[in-house]
Design a protein around this ligand. Structure first.
Ligand SMILES: NC(=O)c1ccc[n+]([C@@H]2O[C@H](COP(=O)([O-])OP(=O)(O)OC[C@H]3O[C@@H](n4cnc5c(N)ncnc54)[C@H](O)[C@@H]3O)[C@@H](O)[C@H]2O)c1
Ligand SMILES: [Zn+2]
Ligand SMILES: [Zn+2]
Length: 332
């Protein structure tokens, strides 16, 4: 079978390799689609993602495919099932796992990060992280359930209720998923701030965004109950805190550089009684994400801008492919 291997920092090669064999508790997946995201950029450039990747490794942590084999102890799956895979595998034994916060696991491993992922024709995953895809969810959309689950986890960390007004800062794939997820979780008004007018308008016309702001020229009002920061730059992190009204919650979802800081008025945090909430990966969120897609409350297909093949992945990771909103790799 063909696979794309990260052999070192900024080094990728397509090679022929023996098909893996699933262990007793594992499922062999014939990959159909694998999404590419910022984590892959980080791993390609030798930086950590949710965990460290040690080359040689096959990336691809946003996967969908067809079950091609099941280990002897696997129940509930058979060859031919359409599936998506939660990449994150928790140890179940550490302090964080035993206090119902598995995403903070001290021994996190992940498909496409610490073990071979979906940028190959066949990969294996423990059955506990494999989920069935309903007929109404396409295999292409199935490859976006992992990032959608990150947004769902962020949303679930907040206290949401319909009267709240939310602002999403960031018009990328994640920001646009938040727009839909917040509405699905009952927020009555969602506004969007970004820098790409076409994307802002698209979300206003198709996804029910009330007000749009281009941060390069528009003033953002300070009257939001919920603010999602989905860019990861110091200026947008500052803007997120500044856009709050009293009692607001700010979700710091964007990933900054490891040594990055931003300025915050701590008196404002006190006086407005703000909650500043971090968000890391996507524990226990796959079922909700699948339900959001199956019910049509979240629609990802219009946000997928590129369908690539394995040979084009390195170009994406070298930033040679312009105007990517979301890229998925079709594995034939
Ligand atoms: N917390 C998590 O678990 C998690 C999971 C996935 C992604 N992320 C992070 O979320 C962030 C967004 O991810 P993405 O995939 O959408 O990235 P992306 O690169 O597709 O989108 C970033 C967007 O930010 C916009 N932007 C840039 N500067 C801006 C500014 N000054 N004001 C407003 N918008 C601006 C860009 O137009 C772009 O569309 C990244 O930092 C990513 O690493 C976090
Ligand atoms: Zn990802
Ligand atoms: Zn653990």
């Amino acid at each position: 079978m063909e696979r794309l291997v990260l052999t070192g920092t900024k080094k990728m090669t397509i090679e022929d390799h023996e098909q893996p064999t699933p262990k007793a508790d594992e499922i062999l997946v014939n990959t159909k689609f694998a999404g590419i995201c910022g984590t892959d950029h980080a791993l390609y450039n030798g930086l950590p993602g949710s965990a460290n990747a040690v080359p040689p490794i096959v990336l691809g942590h946003e996967n969908s495919g067809i079950v091609a084999g099941v280990g002897s102890a696997v129940e509930g799956f058979k060859v031919g099932d359409r599936v998506t895979v939660d990449p994150n595998i928790y140890c179940g034994k550490c302090f964080y796992c035993r206090t119902a916060r598995p995403e903070l696991c001290d021994h996190l491993s992940a498909v496409g990060v610490t073990r071979d992922g979906g940028l190959e024709e066949y990969f294996t995953a423990p059955s506990e992280v494999v989920y069935h895809l309903p007929e109404t969810v396409s295999l292409k959309a199935g490859a976006t359930i992992e990032p959608l689950s990150c947004a769902v986890h962020g949303v679930q960390l907040l206290n949401l209720t319909p009267y709240q007004k939310a602002l999403v800062i960031g018009d990328g794939f994640m920001g646009q998923l938040f727009v839909q997820a917040l509405q699905a979780y009952g927020i009555h008004q969602v506004d969007l701030a970004g820098i790409i007018d076409t994307k802002l308008k698209f979300n206003q016309e198709h996804f029910g965004v009330t007000n749009i702001f281009n941060t390069t020229r528009d003033e953002i009002p300070s009257d939001y109950d919920v603010v999602i920061e989905a860019v990861g730059l110091p200026q947008t992190q500052e803007a997120a805190v500044e856009a709050t009204r009293k009692g607001a919650q700010v979700l710091m979802f964007g990933v900054g550089k490891p040594d990055q800081h931003f300025q915050m008025n701590t008196y404002e945090v006190y006086q407005k009684q703000l909650t500043i909430q971090g968000s890391f990966i996507n524990p226990n969120a796959f079922e909700d994400s699948i339900a959001l897609l199956a019910s049509g409350k979240v629609d990802v297909e219009p946000l997928i801008s590129h369908e690539l093949n394995l040979a084009q992945v390195a170009d994406v990771l070298e930033d040679k492919v312009p105007n990517i909103s979301k890229a998925v790799v079709k594995i034939d």
